[in-house]
Ligand binder design. Sequence first.
Ligand SMILES: Cc1cc2nc3c(=O)[nH]c(=O)nc-3n(C[C@H](O)[C@H](O)[C@H](O)COP(=O)(O)OP(=O)(O)OC[C@H]3O[C@@H](n4cnc5c(N)ncnc54)[C@H](O)[C@@H]3O)c2cc1C
Length: 371
Amino acid sequence: MLIRPNQTVVILGAGLMGRMLGLQLLRAGHPVTLHDAAGPDADGAAARVAAAMLAPLAESAITEPCVVRMGQYALERWPELLGQLRHPVFFQRAGTLIVWHRQDRAEATRFEGLLRSTQMAVPGLPQLLPLNATELAQQEPALAQRFHQGLLLPGEGQLDNRGLLQALLIELQEEGAKLHWNSPQTPAAFEWDEDCFVIDCRGMGARLQWPGLRAVRGEVVRLHAPEVSLARPTRLIHPRYPIYIAPKPDHVFVVGATEIESDDNSPASVRSTLELLSAAYTVHPGFAEARILELNTQCRPTLPDNLPRLRRCGPRSVQINGLYRHGFMISPAITDVAMAWLTRGDTQLAEQLGVALDNHVESPNPQTETA
Ligand SMILES: Cc1cc2nc3c(=O)[nH]c(=O)nc-3n(C[C@H](O)[C@H](O)[C@H](O)COP(=O)(O)OP(=O)(O)OC[C@H]3O[C@@H](n4cnc5c(N)ncnc54)[C@H](O)[C@@H]3O)c2cc1C
C-alpha cells in the first residue's frame, strides 16, 4: 500500500476525480485536504460542462474495450455511490437511442458494425436492439414520424453532473474535509511534508507535470425546451455533425459536443454553435423555440492513447489523469482502482478492468515542477 492507515491526504483539483476520491478516502478514515484553482461551483472543471452520459457501448465506436469494461463496471456502481450521498442526484438507465436520417444509413450500418464487434470482444454487454418505425415511436414518441428506424442500447445511463458535483461537495464538507478554493498548487509544493500523501487530480491543470497530456476542446449548448420530451440521451449519426442530446430534469437539454484537438478555451465559435443547434433542430423541431441557457467550452484532459492512467510521481505522490471524454462514465471504476491500490496495495481490479497503473517513481523535471 502507498498511503498509510490514517495518513493525511492532500488532493490537488476538486473537479470530478478529486471530489469522488476525496470522499472515499475520508470514509476510509483519512484526513483529507483539497485545493482547487477555482471555486466550489467547479467553474474550472471539465466536469461542470459535461453531458455526463454513461454510455459504454455507444462510446465503444471510438474507444478501447478496456474503457467499455470500466464503463460497464461503473454503471452498476453508480447507484451504490449515489445512495451514500445525503442529497439525491438525478440518475437514470433508460438506455441510449441512436437515430439517423435516411440518407445517412451507410454511416449507421458502419456504426452498428463497430458496436457488434465490441459485443463480441466484451462479454456481458446488453443486446443491441434495432427498432423499426413503430418500435421507435413506442420508445420515444416525440421522434415518431421524424425517424423510421433506430438502435436502442438498453441499460445505458446518464446523471446530472452539476447535481453530483454539488452533492459531493456537501458530503465532503459534512465529513470534515478541509477545502481550499482559489488555491492553485503543484505536487512539489508539498514535498517537504513527510506526513502527507499527495494525489494530483488537476485534469488539464497538470499539463506541465505530465508531458503528453493534451486538451481536446468540446463545446456544448444548454437549452430549455418545454416543447421537447425525450426519455433518454439520443445520438444523431451524421457524417459531418454527429451530436448527442442529453435530457436533464425540467426540460433542460445538453446538446454536444464538438471534438477539436486544441487547448483553446475561448468561447464557442459561430460555426460550432450553428452545427450543434441545426442538428438538434433536425432531431426535434421543438428545439426551435428553446431558450439558450448557456454556451460552454471546456477542454477534456487526454493522454496520447486516449486512456486514463494512474502513476507515481514521487515517493509520496500519485497522479490520476486522462479521463478524456469518459470521466463520468468511468470515475467509479477509477476511484475503486485507486482506493484498492493506494490503501491496500491491491492491483487486482486494475488488472481485471485494464486500468493502467505506473508504480515506478518518475524522476521530477526541475524546470517544470515549480512552473
Ligand atoms: C464538453 C464535454 C462533454 C463531456 N461529456 C461527458 C459525458 O457525457 N460523459 C462522461 O463520462 N464524460 C464527459 N466529459 C468528460 C469529463 O467531464 C471529464 O473526463 C472529467 O471531468 C475529468 O475529470 P478530472 O477530475 O480529471 O478533471 P476536471 O473535472 O477538469 O477537474 C480538474 C480540477 O482541477 C482544478 N485545477 C486545475 N489546475 C489546478 C491547480 N494548479 N491547483 C489546484 N486545482 C487545479 C480545476 O479547477 C478543476 O476543478 C465531457 C467533457 C467535456 C469538456
